[in-house]
Design a protein around this ligand. Sequence first.
Ligand SMILES: Cc1cc2nc3c(=O)[nH]c(=O)nc-3n(C[C@H](O)[C@H](O)[C@H](O)COP(=O)(O)OP(=O)(O)OC[C@H]3O[C@@H](n4cnc5c(N)ncnc54)[C@H](O)[C@@H]3O)c2cc1C
Ligand SMILES: NC(=O)c1ccc[n+]([C@@H]2O[C@H](COP(=O)([O-])OP(=O)(O)OC[C@H]3O[C@@H](n4cnc5c(N)ncnc54)[C@H](O)[C@@H]3O)[C@@H](O)[C@H]2O)c1
Length: 463
Amino acid sequence: MTSNSFPTETRSYDLVVVGAGPGGFDAALEAAEEGIKVALVEKELLGGTCLNVGCIPTKMYLGATSPVEELAAQSKARVAKGEIEIDFKALCTKKDRFIAATRKAMAQKAKKLGIDIYPAVAKVIEPGKVEVSHPEEQAVLEYKNLVLATGSHPTVFPGLEPDNETILDNTGFLALEEMPTSLLVIGAGFIGLEMAQIAHRTGCKITVVDALDRIAVYEDPEVSKALQGVFKRHKWQFNLGVKVKSVTAENGQAVLRTEDGQEFTAEKALIAIGRRPNSADIGLETLGVETAGPGFVKVNENLEAADNVYAIGDLNGKILLAHAASHQAGYVVRRLAGKTDGPYEHGPVPSILYGSPETMRVGLMPADLEGQGEVKVSSFPLVANPIAQAYASTQGFVKVVWLDGKVAGITAVGHHVSGFTTAAAMIVQEAWTKDDIHKVVFPHPSLDEALLGALKAEQLDPK
Ligand SMILES: Cc1cc2nc3c(=O)[nH]c(=O)nc-3n(C[C@H](O)[C@H](O)[C@H](O)COP(=O)(O)OP(=O)(O)OC[C@H]3O[C@@H](n4cnc5c(N)ncnc54)[C@H](O)[C@@H]3O)c2cc1C
Ligand SMILES: NC(=O)c1ccc[n+]([C@@H]2O[C@H](COP(=O)([O-])OP(=O)(O)OC[C@H]3O[C@@H](n4cnc5c(N)ncnc54)[C@H](O)[C@@H]3O)[C@@H](O)[C@H]2O)c1
């Protein structure tokens, strides 16, 4: 990390940002672009969870291994045959190089904008003052405004703790030099399902265990069902509605025991059961900041946790997504620059579970709208779409959710459905009626036409 030398005297800034993930880095960058004097403190790596052990490495793996699924689909349709061999070592090198180059570019951009970067642990010592410490150095930074963007870490419980050799969390999984031959995936959420797909594509046998009775629980139940249907055809073993008692490393194997007495063994286990905020040890008590649940920082309608102290991104627990953190950063900077004085509003935030199939969701689903008006759904199966046919990936559908005749939400499951997410977000944001469909020309042939088909389809009561 290109760093600022540690000062012996106290330095003063208009804005001190703690954490250089998508929230903190974007806040620092946008503030500097507004002419605000900024210090950015990061104790590990520029880019935070997302760049180093989250969004980006998982997508590098999913992208590189995607041809495995595409060939498998064409081979089932008997139009192609053969095998794709993934050079996992080469993939790891490519991923590491790309991430390092991105960090370097980030540091250069920050330097160009005059941001002082401190590679240090930050802690608020009193209102208006942050101590930054490094093994050998320490300094105090004074702030007029403070943005806390310290992110989150994997949830662990006694008995469910990674050693990052046999029992992995996301960081351990992404540090593997070779994929295991079998993997126990504990938690069928975003991380579990994306990482299970990566491992599956390298030939790994997958066993999924979740406390709930369906996978991808944040998705519409029909989407979860379709997703699970595809993974079952991949011969993944599902054990849902099961409470995990412990997972331990025994003789070089991962052994999982459930509360109902079942035992599963595999070469490795992945624990992906949610995230907890990094809110301990950052000096919140000196600011009188309140937390909720496992420590998510409570913020007001302006994302303020205390006077002139903002908490954004995973730390406030509103939406644990990188683009949500960046959007919150943009709002805070506009507020500091005097460009807005209204409350934070974000409109529909899209969510995508990557892989093949993918899921996309934006806006509200029928379960969110109970008792709110006349709710209808219309859908279109991918099997009737020529591009889905061309890719021999016809499992899945697009579903539009209507509230009182206006689009309130859109979801989809299938190969490459993330491609029309931004279009879907705009349609939800503008709350299209059926008449608005003619405002935009949809290209032909395209997967987007499945979205058009769902918008045009008969509106029915939700199941
Ligand atoms: C495997 C995985 C895949 C993901 N994929 C996606 C995806 O595809 N799309 C998506 O939108 N989201 C994804 N996410 C979620 C996304 O990574 C987070 O929502 C996002 O990183 C949150 O950004 P943030 O800035 O709030 O925090 P973080 O990115 O966690 O950054 C916080 C930073 O603060 C630093 N820090 C903490 N405490 C201190 C301190 N006291 N002093 C100095 N520095 C400190 C940390 O070192 C860290 O660098 C994924 C997450 C994981 C784990
Ligand atoms: N593509 C993306 O946008 C993406 C990808 C990865 C992660 N993320 C973000 O990271 C966050 C964390 O991901 P995650 O997969 O860890 O969490 P998650 O909340 O998506 O899923 C956690 C799963 O673990 C299960 N679970 C919880 N406790 C359990 C227990 N004791 N035993 C068995 N199962 C248990 C839950 O029922 C749930 O299905 C997500 O909320 C998401 O916001 C996003």
